[in-house]
Design a protein around this ligand. Structure first.
Ligand code: SAM
Length: 338
């Protein structure tokens, strides 16, 4: 296999592909209630275009792909893309990040098409609160989606919770308990500041980036979990991602902590992102992007496209600049592919 690395000698083997900027939720920290201006059908890469880029990336050394969005399950016939990606030489892991609402309908066909595992975003186990955070009353669908995904053999199913002070931070113990009672794999994620976001307290932060008022550090969450018993370090359940994993002694599942703000993991970042309209983005929190759609649609050769991909990797920043108050100004998480 070819090995791809950036100028800081970080191996790059992971491509996150956003298949849409549309979402069937409006999470308070991610999107305004009215949504955001959406891409037109013609602006979005077709599955064949995505698969061609993925094939070239695989040739260069990418072996892991995650499908994300927006909400990836709102795009029609996603299983066709999964099947195309699963057929690519060199790709040995295909995963999905979803809010889980439609998972009960699609988990089986996605698994059959070649999907290996799934991450479900879930910020509250309380129905009213789930609705306040996401602006939709869909908690039951998400919980059914998680069970269906497990039942179909998608493994592991990881549940990702963004912890927000005064909004859902009092539920961290309830989530952690599910690693014992249900064998869930739960990961607590620090809230990242996006300039254009609507902070949960409702005040605009336009033009100014700060640690979010709702921010809770991963260390604080870990400390709060000690009440449930001793947490022992655990090996990662899959992959080699940024989470630090632990386990309660009597638990079948794990708790993980992802701390992009308080303990950035840029030194080990192996990711490249492809937005729904075909921009390669080497860093989630930096607006540097390289366009692939235009050369793709004017008939560029494989060699030319590979050059664009390699050049994008060469612009990957050493680390994100949240510490200096800099974050993504152009896009929300839903428009990058979280
Ligand atoms: N719709 C899919 C989902 O809900 O998983 C995929 C896209 S969503 C943008 C991906 C993840 O980004 C979700 O887990 C969401 O909670 C997370 N996210 C969005 N904005 C965030 C922020 N400001 N800080 C931390 N995580 C964020």
């Amino acid at each position: 296999m070819t090995h791809l690395s950036d100028p800081f000698n970080r191996p790059i083997n992971y491509l996150r592909i956003s298949v849409t900027d549309r979402c069937n939720l409006r999470c308070i920290y991610c999107m305004p209630p009215e949504g955001v201006e959406l891409l037109s059908h013609g602006e979005i890469l077709s599955y064949e275009e995505i698969a061609r880029i993925a094939a070239l990336a695989a040739d260069l050394g990418i072996n892991k792909i995650r499908i994300t969005g927006g909400e990836p399950l709102v795009r029609a016939r996603l299983k066709e893309l999964v099947a195309l990606l699963a057929g690519l030489k060199g790709i040995d892991d295909i995963s999905l990040t979803t809010n889980g609402i439609l998972l009960k309908d699609y988990a089986a066909e996605l698994k059959q098409a070649g999907l290996k595992r799934v991450n479900v975003s879930l910020d509250s186990l309380n129905r009213d609160r789930f609705e306040r955070i996401t602006r939709h009353n869909k908690l039951v669908d998400v919980l059914q989606g998680i069970e269906t995904a497990k039942g179909c053999g998608l493994n592991p199913v990881k549940v990702n919770m963004v912890v927000m002070r005064g909004i859902n931070d009092d539920e961290v113990i309830d989530f952690a308990r599910l690693t014992i009672s249900q064998g869930w794999h739960v990961r607590f994620i620090e809230l990242m500041p996006f300039v254009t976001d609507n902070p949960p307290d409702g005040h605009s932060v336009a033009g100014k980036v700060n640690i979010h008022p709702g921010f809770v550090s991963a260390d604080e969450v870990k400390e709060r979990l000690q009440g449930l018993g001793g947490l022992e370090p655990s090996l990662p359940i899959t992959g080699n991602g940024p989470a630090r994993y632990y386990r309660f002694s009597n638990a079948g599942g794990t708790v993980g902590f992802i701390a992009p703000v308080s303990q950035h993991f840029c030194f080990s970042c192996n990711r490249l992102r492809l937005t729904a309209e075909g921009k390669l983005r080497p860093c989630l929190l930096d607006d540097g992007e390289v366009d692939l759609r235009q050369p793709l649609r004017r008939g560029a050769s494989d060699v030319e496209l590979k050059k664009v991909i390699t050049e994008a990797i060469h612009t990957k920043p050493h680390k994100h600049r949240l510490i200096d108050g800099r974050t993504s100004k152009k896009r929300l998480m839903s428009q990058v592919g979280g």
